[in-house]
Design a protein around this ligand. Structure first.
Ligand SMILES: Cc1cc2nc3c(=O)[nH]c(=O)nc-3n(C[C@H](O)[C@H](O)[C@H](O)COP(=O)(O)O)c2cc1C
Length: 476
């Protein structure tokens, strides 16, 4: 993935500009005119509180959740990927954050043996908060072939439709598809746990088998990740399925184009078989690093309210974080042993020392590299989005490309970008639960940001998130 990442790095001197063609804007919803949405009834939101889930990797199923039924599934889907607000221009915003609010990620699931829903492959229609049946039948074993593990009652698949993002971001769109995929994945995992379902995430699904199961055209849509959930099944149906074509779709745009760089990058990271969760070796935190001790407020607000009210906030106040707020934000965002590493830039006025730090998720420890406040430099690196420098914390997620390649080959890049997006959504939600603001930033001059965050030589910045106190009233 080295050539893709280098080719799509932004450089201050090399920004070609380029206008968006508004007459060819992609439609936000994938529609199948012959498949009507199956009404699920009013969504029922699960009772789970925020902190137990936000601090667990993976979040553990809530034993108090009622068994999944149609209104419960409506709640689950709304939490994972539903419409939650309208922008001033009238565009719908959704429960996961999305670069440019373009929402390139689509959600499908195979249901088997639920009783109240037909067995088969369903596509989620956010505009109706309901699924459409695309392909009837017991597809559980075929789904397990894509995601690994045993056939299970409900298997989710996240794909990205390239043109939704490439329309604006061109070749860099594959980065945003993956980051957005991670955001939705985090929401799905949290929603499943809140609905009482055990789960098995797969960040490395079998690409060709998945494309066949979902009927994807690899030139325009790629399978990113999946999650197996629900009861284990005795009879999962056939593992190998005949070739199948999905129902006809409304055109995505007047003239949907294909970006060859994006399609090639997507194909390059695809695996033939589902890959296991990998161990990413990490150097231990230095002895002098500060051990953080996240102490969650008792339970916190209901997770569903946090997920449905989350929004990007950019109006940061010149205030710092308490040590516990910083500890909770970092512990919610980053699991031990992941492919992504983290630099933390803190401003003055908080309980932790200002400056550039490295965070060690395995030990929840923070080691200071430099006492100078580098947030202004990071903001300039983010295409001069100066509000970034006003946030109490800048979290710069990065990866070592040599380690990605050595551990997972070409698939390492996908895994790291998905993990960065997942960390981003978790950070947004933890910030919202604490009454703080947060905003993701995918637009940056790569080399400038690596320098501003004091990354080691050769490291790639993947994603930045700004978080801290903001002006105005927040729900919690
Ligand atoms: C991967 C990613 C990159 C983003 N990059 C930026 C950015 O560079 N600048 C910015 O102001 N917002 C950025 N955002 C925030 C989106 O604009 C925001 O999520 C979207 O408009 C939807 O609004 P919401 O988060 O309030 O639901 C980014 C979000 C994501 C997920």
């Amino acid at each position: 993935m080295e050539p893709y990442h280098r080719l799509t790095a932004y450089r201050r001197q090399g920004m070609g500009g380029g206008l968006m063609d508004w007459s060819n804007q992609p439609r936000p919803f994938k529609r199948y005119p012959t498949a009507q949405p199956r009404a699920l009834g009013d969504p029922r939101m699960p009772p789970a509180r925020s902190w137990p889930s936000l601090l667990a990797w993976p979040p553990s199923p809530d034993p108090a959740a009622p068994p999944l039924d149609a209104p419960g599934l409506a709640g689950l889907l709304a939490l994972a990927a539903g419409l939650t607000a309208q922008s001033q221009g009238g565009a719908y915003l959704r429960s996961p954050a999305s670069a440019g609010a373009l929402y390139p990620v689509e959600l499908y699931f195979c249901a088997t043996g639920l009783g109240w829903l037909a067995d088969g492959l369903w596509h989620y229609a956010p505009e109706a908060n309901a699924p459409r049946l695309l392909r009837p039948g017991n597809l559980a074993a075929a789904a397990a072939r894509v995601l690994g593990g045993e056939p299970a009652g409900i298997n989710f698949f996240l794909t990205s439709l390239f043109w939704r993002s490439a329309w604006k971001y061109r070749a860099r769109a594959w980065r945003y598809c993956l980051l957005d995929g991670g955001h939705l994945l985090a929401n799905l995992e949290l929603a499943l746990a809140a609905c009482g379902l055990g789960q098995r995430p797969c960040l490395d699904p079998a690409g060709a088998a998945g494309g066949g199961l979902l009927g994807l055209d690899p030139a325009r849509e790629a399978l990113l990740a999946g999650v197996g959930a629900g009861a284990a099944l005795q009879d999962g149906g056939p593992a190998e399925l005949p070739a199948w074509r999905p129902p006809g779709e409304e055109p995505l745009a007047h003239h949907e184009k294909s970006d060859p760089v994006v399609a090639k990058a997507a194909a390059l990271g695809e695996s033939a078989r589902p890959g296991p969760a990998l161990a990413w070796p990490r150097e231990p935190a230095p002895a002098q690093a500060l051990r953080l001790n996240p102490g969650p407020p008792d339970g916190g607000p209901p997770l569903s309210r946090v997920m449905l009210s989350r929004r990007s906030r950019r109006n940061f106040l010149p205030q710092g974080l308490s040590a516990n707020q910083a500890a909770l934000l970092l512990a919610a965002a980053l699991p031990a042993g992941g492919p992504v590493q983290a630099a933390v830039l803190l401003g003055p006025g908080g309980e932790l020392p200002a400056g550039a730090h490295r965070y060690y998720p395995d030990e929840k420890a923070l080691a200071r590299l430099e006492p100078q406040d580098l947030r202004g430099r990071a903001a300039r690196a983010c295409l001069d989005q100066m509000w970034v420098g006003h946030a109490a914390m800048n979290l710069v997620l990065w990866a070592d490309p040599e380690q990605l390649a050595a551990t997972a080959g070409e698939r390492g890049y996908r895994q790291a970008m998905l993990a960065a997006g997942r960390a981003g959504q978790r950070l947004y939600l933890a910030a919202a639960a604490l009454g703080l603001g947060c905003c993701g930033v995918g637009a940056f001059y790569d080399e400038e940001l690596a320098a501003a965050a004091l990354l080691p030589p050769g490291a790639w910045p993947l994603y930045l998130l700004a978080a801290g106190p903001v002006k105005g009233k927040l729900p919690f």
